[in-house]
Ligand binder design. Sequence first.
Ligand code: ADP
Ligand code: MG
Length: 444
Amino acid sequence: MAGTLGLWKQILDEIKVQVDPQTYSTWFDKTNEFSLVGNTLTVKAPTKFFADWLDQHYKSFIEEIAYNLTAENISVDFIGSASEAPSNYSFSKSSFVGSSKDNGLNPRYTFERFVVGNNNHFAFSAAQAVADKSGKIYNPLFIYGGVGLGKTHLMQAVGNSIVNNKINKRVLYTSTEDFTNEMISAIQTNTTINFRKKFRTYDILMIDDIQFLAGKEGSQEEFFHTFNTLYNAKKQIILTSDRPPKEIKRLQDRLISRFEWGLLADIKRPNYETRVAILRQKCVEENITLKPEVLEFIAENFDDNIRQLEGSLIKILAFSSYKKVKPHQIEITDVKEILEDMMGNRKRPVTLDLIQEEVAKYFEIGKNQIKEPTRKKEIAFPRQIAMYLSAKLIPHISLLEIANHYNKKDHTTIIHAKKTISQKIDKDNNLKSKINEITENILQ
Ligand code: ADP
Ligand code: MG
């Protein structure tokens, strides 16, 4: 491609403008362009942990920036340190690049890597049963639970198990967002027939975060027909959601009832022992050793979800590589310092939900009203503040996660909200003190 020499450098310049400096220095400072082959940009990160994190949290954000810069669909892959890259890189790429095969599966998300505890035992068994006898027992399998508790991992483990066992079945994993977008573009290009055909050819269809169908009438209609076709042909459907079907607002009753036909399995927050076990497992996977008391310290302090546990480990590893201290030499006192910004002295973790709740309370509107798709100032303005504060107060959150939470298509709405609110704060001391007050309520 012409004119894309140093593409990663150009992308970094853009990222620098869009994320806060701390995020930039933690995640992007030590990244380098590894190769640009065709439309695939491979970026090298200091460790595999970094590579995975970037893949999970920034991939689509970065691909969008790349598109804006080049007007081409660039796919971005992340790899760990140079030592992990085989010399015949271009031939064995798929063995170490994290994601994006045609079936949408991330090969890391396997049953073997999934730590089972009381919180997820039931869902785990159900998923295994479905992998063994797809379409025959629980259909659909509906997995629900809070953010970062392993829904996506478990769902994909079913797909990976089928693929790895070379069972001759067509598997597709997709997000509800991609499903919806693909449908919309099919409508625009008059190719809905192909769209339907495509989705109906799968033996196992996995759709993640189905709660995002809420309020999308056209997509619900289309999905209803896809569901029926697959179901009648005894094809397996697996869905995840952040809540049980009945609690998804603005979802057609006929879909709710179909989602309840099979098995509903929830995943709860892991207890202390499970959290320690998960941390140990991640250390084994990364081939690092941390002092047991360090792992216990992390497990005691982060009980909200597993993403936090992973985030803590990544920060500790970042510290270890910058300071050139071996992971097993890191002490609890170091960890307290490293994770200070993630812990604070808070009793409640700062989450998207908490911010939504506190902002709504402050403006005396309903918690869910703030998400209503209206431009009315009394709703839209608090919503922008909530988006702004989410980006500011939640460590390592991606703009896309915030966008998803507020049912927005992509991160641009969030960038806009951040900009608008910061500009207003600069000019308006009254607003500034209001926002400080809300921040205090959130962090209390
Ligand atoms: P969700 O889809 O519920 O938001 P994910 O499946 O994305 O959560 O999980 C967040 C991260 O935590 C992933 O990296 C995943 O591998 C990890 N994880 C979640 N549950 C487990 C588990 N039981 N054992 C090991 N890793 C887990
Ligand atoms: Mg998920």
